[in-house]
Design a protein around this ligand. Structure first.
Ligand SMILES: NC(=O)C1=CN([C@@H]2O[C@H](COP(=O)(O)OP(=O)(O)OC[C@H]3O[C@@H](n4cnc5c(N)ncnc54)[C@H](O)[C@@H]3O)[C@@H](O)[C@H]2O)C=CC1
Ligand SMILES: O=C(CO)COP(=O)(O)O
Length: 325
């Protein structure tokens, strides 16, 4: 079988390599000519996933129409570029599996809404969970949530993408799967700040737990199911990303916690730290829904240049409250 992938960053490339595992061919749409050359000539994505040998069954291309001929197509662009990329993709009823994590700035739309608006007639699913690209590319065991409103579609797609070391769990909670992935990126920045500012392991655990409470409040207000938020795409990914400098979001937070400015830190990077883009959109969306998200607000303040000590004091000096709300 042939699988399409749109987006040749670390995650799109890792998924491409993994998908070849069932004797499948992969058509991978890549934006940068030098990355296409690196994948097709040297079987490595030297820019975004260096050091991983790719199968000859991965063919990189700049021809979106060629990728769109097959089904399913995994969509792995940065969240803020999904609309512009998909609006150039011919809709042929191919199933789309969205693997990006974020909320569209400006519209506050979740990515399955963005995809539905840009590619007509495509059934849509979301793949999300604790998945560092470099580990998946090495074939290390990984479990993900695969959500589609139509459970039969979710099961069908799960069978197509399952591999010996990639285990999808199906769900019909598309909104929940998206919210977990989007919100955890923001919380991972906060956990990185705790690390960078030397606040200790207790503070990090507190932040994970209170961050999860925040994710749950927001998720429930937006129609997610609690069990999805407590699953792989929510709590699972939150724990992963809040624990390791392998996370770009966590490492952005570490640099902020050491007193760096967001603009300067991100100017040096080619890779995407989605939480920096999600945080202000999430804050707006939460305010509209009447949901209190103090950690998200703190991350927004830090990204806007607030002093780390002041922001931490602000969080610690909030009125005492009941835990379960
Ligand atoms: N890297 C990882 O371990 C994982 C990443 N993700 C998600 O996958 C999505 C893609 O992230 P990565 O593959 O890690 O990207 P990356 O950080 O490795 O690479 C950046 C990507 O952005 C693309 N890009 C830059 N400017 C663009 C533009 N104007 N239009 C379209 N594309 C543009 C580049 O071509 C490249 O593919 C993100 O939403 C991320 O949260 C999800 C799970 C794991
Ligand atoms: O989403 C991820 C792991 O599940 C990757 O996290 P970062 O984008 O923070 O590197």
């Amino acid at each position: 079988m042939t699988i399409g992938i749109v987006g040749g960053g670390a995650w799109g490339t890792a998924l491409a390599q993994t998908m070849t595992g069932n004797d499948s061919d992969v058509r991978l749409w890549v934006r940068e000519p030098e990355v296409i050359e690196s994948i097709n000539e040297r079987h490595e994505n030297a820019v975004y996933l260096p050091g991983v040998k790719l199968s000859e069954h991965v063919r990189a291309t700049d021809d979106l129409a060629w990728v769109a001929e097959v089904s399913p197509v995994l969509v792995v662009t940065p969240a803020q570029h999904m609309r512009s990329v998909l609006s150039n993709m011919p809709g042929k009823g191919q199933a789309l599996i969205l693997c990006s994590k974020g909320i569209e700035a400006g519209s506050q739309k979740f990515l399955h809404h963005v995809a539905a608006e840009t590619v007509s007639h495509s059934p849509i699913a979301v793949l999300s969970g604790p998945t560092f690209a470099h580990e998946v590319a090495q074939g290390l065991p990984t479990a993900v949530t695969l959500a589609a409103e139509n459970m039969e579609l979710a099961q069908e797609l799960a069978a197509v993408i399952a591999r010996p070391a990639l285990r999808p769990y199906v769900s019909s909670d598309v909104v929940g799967a998206e919210i977990g992935g989007a919100v955890k990126n923001v919380l991972a920045i906060a956990c990185g700040v705790v690390d960078g500012a030397g606040l200790g392991q207790n503070a990090r655990a507190a932040l994970i737990a209170r961050g999860f409470a925040e994710m749950t409040r927001y998720g429930l207000a937006r129609g997610a199911k609690a069990e999805t938020l407590a699953g792989l795409s929510g709590l699972g990914d939150l724990v992963l990303t809040c624990s390791s400098t392998s996370s770009r979001n966590f490492s952005l937070g570490v640099a902020l916690g050491r007193g760096g400015s967001a603009d300067a830190i991100m100017a040096d990077r080619k890779t995407v730290a989605e939480g920096a883009f999600t945080a202000p959109v999430l804050r707006e969306s939460a305010e509209e829904a009447g949901v209190d998200m103090p950690v998200t607000q703190a991350v927004c303040a830090l990204l806007d240049g607030a002093d780390v000590g002041d922001v931490i004091d602000g969080l610690l000096n909030r009125p005492l409250r009941e835990e379960g709300v």
